[in-house]
Design a protein around this ligand. Structure first.
Ligand code: AMP
Length: 305
């Protein structure tokens, strides 16, 4: 089934306790589309890049059959650039630099061909741009959105307006507390769902995720990754695995949403093993499904009699 992905396409500078790179492909839409391409060959990317965007990165998207009709090339400037540094607690990072560049004037125009997409992934970008995307699409079955504290603090009104048209919001625990202005996570989740989204996923970094859907709560474990190298893109990769699975199965039941949360966690656990999106380039179906089984085994709770 068709998946429309909107978000940032970027170059990142990343420093972790294990290594450093000055420039590597990044951005929310990059991670979401590369990841979801493992599950569906109908991934349609909408974003903007600048004059410095490398041909080899275009080729990477093409090699994954990602449709690039909606990827604008703006020759008036450079690609969005973000620089971050992680400390030993890899759940926290410092943003050292954000250069919007061509992103500053980005107007997401959805090609006619993409407007009937059944599933929509709104990667982390300015909330009114996310809203603009929703004005152009026809009746999607599911709209999933990500956001971050930058927008919760900076553009709260635009965020709340866009949230009204979103079906499933994916945020991390500190963002949920901040958005709801409520320290208790369950109460915060309920307050966030009152803002619009019928369902909610709260990511807890290396401690798993909570899914609120159909009146139930599902607690997904985190995979104990031994070789964690760089957490950049883990959140977006989670969303790519989640939506890739949903687009592949075309099933929005609560039970299948649970599978989708685990598939998101599976893909994120691969992402963090190498720098940037490196690990997402050459995964095999066997690796993906083996890790899904590992996840199942990890949270098998024995009966008591
Ligand atoms: P994640 O680690 O999943 O939160 O996502 C990391 C990606 O988000 C990086 O590749 C960055 O290029 C991108 N990013 C960081 N800040 C922003 C922002 N303000 N708007 C859009 N994308 C961003």
């Amino acid at each position: 089934m068709s998946l429309l992905v909107v978000g940032s396409v970027a170059y990142d500078g990343i420093e972790t306790p294990f290594g450093k790179t000055d420039r590597i492909l990044g951005g929310s839409a990059t991670y979401i589309s590369l990841t979801s391409s493992y599950f569906t060959d109908d991934v349609n990317l909408v974003g903007v890049v600048g004059k410095d965007f490398a041909e080899e990165d275009i080729e990477l998207f093409k090699s994954k059959q990602i449709n690039l009709k909606g990827l604008q090339v703006d020759n008036s400037g450079n690609t969005f650039f973000w620089k971050g540094k992680y400390h030993y607690d890899l759940n926290n990072r410092d943003t050292l630099d954000t250069q919007l560049n061509v992103f500053e004037h980005f107007d997401p125009v959805i090609p006619e061909l993409y407007r009937d997409a059944k599933y929509i992934a709104l990667g982390n970008i300015e909330p009114s741009l996310q809203g603009k995307v929703l004005e152009q699409v026809n009746n999607p079955a599911l709209v999933v959105m990500d956001t971050m504290n930058f927008w919760i603090e900076g553009t709260p009104d635009a965020l709340k307006k866009t949230l009204k048209s979103v079906d499933l919001l994916v945020i991390n625990d500190s963002e949920a507390r901040e958005l709801a202005d409520e320290p208790n996570l369950i109460k915060a989740a309920n307050k966030v769902m009152e803002m619009g989204p019928e369902s909610l996923i709260i990511k807890k970094g290396e401690h798993g995720a909570l899914l609120f859907a159909g009146g139930d709560i599902f607690s997904a474990p985190a995979y104990p990754v031994i070789d964690i190298f760089d957490p950049t893109g883990a959140g977006d990769t989670f969303m790519g695995g989640l939506l890739g699975w949903i687009a592949y199965t075309d099933d929005l039941s609560t039970e299948n949403l649970r599978r989708a949360v685990i598939m998101g966690s599976v893909m994120a656990s691969f992402c963090v093993e190498k720098f940037g999106p490196e690990r997402l380039k050459n995964l095999t179906e066997k690796e993906i499904f083996d890790r899904y089984r590992d996840f199942r085994a990890l949270s098998q709770i024995p009966e008591i009699s």
